[in-house]
Every structure is written in C-alpha cells, then in structure tokens.
Design a protein around this ligand. Sequence first.
Ligand code: TXA
Ligand code: MG
Length: 337
Amino acid sequence: MLTEIINSNDKKAMLRAAELIKDGQAVAFPTETVYGLGANAYDGAAVAKIFAAKGRPSDNPLIVHIENMNMLDDIAVGIPDDFYVLYEKFMPGPLTVILHKSKRIDDIVTAGLDTVAVRFPRHRTAAELIKKSGCPLAAPSANISAHISPTTALHVYNDLNGRIPMIIDGGECSVGIESTILDLSGDTPTILRPGAVTLDMLRKVLKEVTEIKKTVHEMPVKAPGMKYRHYSPNAELYLIENADRGMTVYDAAVSEGKKAVLIAKASNVPLYGGRNIFSIPDDSKGYAKKIYSLLRLAENDADAIVCEEPELSGSGCSVMNRLLKASIRDDKSPCKK
Ligand code: TXA
Ligand code: MG
C-alpha cells in the first residue's frame, strides 16, 4: 500500500482524508498530544485495520474521539455529573474519560469491556477530520505497537509507511505525551494514566480524585494498555538524576563498546563536554513536548541512551511515568522508589 502524506491546510486533500474514513480506511491525523490512527468508531471492520496496521494486541481497547457533545449520546450511557464539570474546564483538551458504553460501539473498540474511553481533542485538524467524516474516530497513537508515540507526521511515516493509506501532516504536537486517562465508571474518579491534565488540576474541580498509587512496575491492569511494554525506544534507555551520574553511565556504556547518546537538560549541557549530546528544555512542559522526538533521534544513532530525568512538577511526573516503563532502572535514583 502506498502511504500519502497530505498537508492539514490543503482543504481538498482533507476532503479525501474524510472520504477514506467513510470508505472504512484508517488515516493518521495530528492531535495536541500525539498523532492518532483513526477509523470510523461504528465500523468494526475499519477499526480492525487499526489493530492490523499497528500490530496491536486485540485486548487493548481504543479511545473514541469526538468533535462535539452531541456525538457523546451515541457512545456512552449513564454519564455522571462529574463529566460535565470536566467538560467545562478541560474539553476540548488532553483528557480522556472512561464512561459506560452504549450498544452502538463495537466490541472490537473496547476489547469487550463494558466501558468506553472518550476524548474531545483540541487540535483543529482532528476536529475537522471528525466533522468531515461525520462519525467519531476510534484512534490509538499512530505508532507500531510498543514503540514511542509519534509527535510528527514523519514519526508516523517511519513506523507505518506501507501499512496505511494516508497521514495528515499538521506539524509538531504541542503537548507531546498522551492524554490523561480518568476513569469515571466507578465510585471515585481514578487516574489510570497521568498526562498534561494533572491530579492537582483535577482536584481543583472534582470533590474526590484518586490515582493508581503503585509503582509502575506493579501497576494493576485497569487500563489494559498499561500492562504492555510501552513507549520504548529501540535502544537501552538509562534514566539518571544528575550530570555526575550521567557521565558515569555514559562512559561505562562507551567503554563496553556501545555507541552512547546523552539527553540532557539545556542548562546542564556544558557539564558534559565532548560527549555525544542532545539538549532538551529544562521546564517540564518543554521537556514533555520534545522527549519522544529526541528518543526517536537517539535510537537511530545509539545503542545506549542516557537520559536526564524531567523536573517532577506539572507534566514532569507524567513524563516520568512513561520513561520508567521504557528504561533500565538506575537504582541510585530516588525517583524509582
Ligand atoms: O493522547 C491520546 O490519548 C492519544 C491520542 C491519539 O488521542 N491516544 C492514545 O491512545 O494514547 P492509545 O491507544 O495509545 O492509549 C489508550 C489507552 C490504552 O492504555 C488503553 O488500554 C486505555 O487507553 N483504554 C482504552 N479504553 C479503555 C477502557 N474502556 N478502560 C480502561 N482503559 C482504556
Ligand atoms: Mg499508544
């Protein structure tokens, strides 16, 4: 299959993208978090193409993306008041909620669960594609299963070239990590996957919010996707807490004959003189936006990636959640406990 890349500003090409969706194909599109691979959420055969293209296990459910609130009535039932509070404050935006599913949603979308994940993305192109297609889009991240999520059209192309008919290029994603997932189907709203909408932000608007407290390595399998190896670069990833440790781990990798790359916060770059280095913004928002791109660049260049941990404020903890899953644990670091 030939994979065409179109520009999100090309109105005619956007109409062709919508035609592909109506025709039961899967199309990759930008959102503010990461690129998604979307298909008509009401068409089981179309959704099956997403699983095939990604090599995704069939027991890992997808998020259904909407463009207006009317779409929700056909997707979910028994919507709790908390949803509307969240809607006012965070939607459209990088927040996914788990609700009880309606009969109209095919079992393949929810992997047989009686709940459904719903997200109202903020990205103009995502909204345009859903609107022109006339249906909600079931969409996971547009990467090969278990690889790093894509934040540019080129990332999608590198993973899915030849497997999907079209990628809509809308530039670099502004958030850079996947949405927060909040389960509203039980008694207490529970964060299943942290993201740019943080626990603190949610606690300001909801009476009660909990999060899964266990360390990532013992995480209970509430979001089925969390049990899979995730977010992983095709190289060893070492997470380190400071430049001294970074130099030790980098030099040890090099002395073992490995090609090593450092991902260091901009303010620390001068400390690493002479080593192979990529610079990442110090602030946690900037770090989140760039980390997946830099991991993809680094994996092409190195056997060992030595990466400074993000600041653990704001989105930093959510980024850390991803990095811990992808990394070899450095037990000297306090963040691993
Ligand atoms: O930012 C995002 O959320 C991106 C963009 C494209 O919207 N999408 C994304 O999808 O990250 P994906 O498939 O890579 O991750 C979805 C996660 C998986 O861990 C899946 O198990 C979980 O959501 N999930 C989906 N439906 C669920 C449900 N009914 N109950 C619990 N977890 C669910
Ligand atoms: Mg994914």
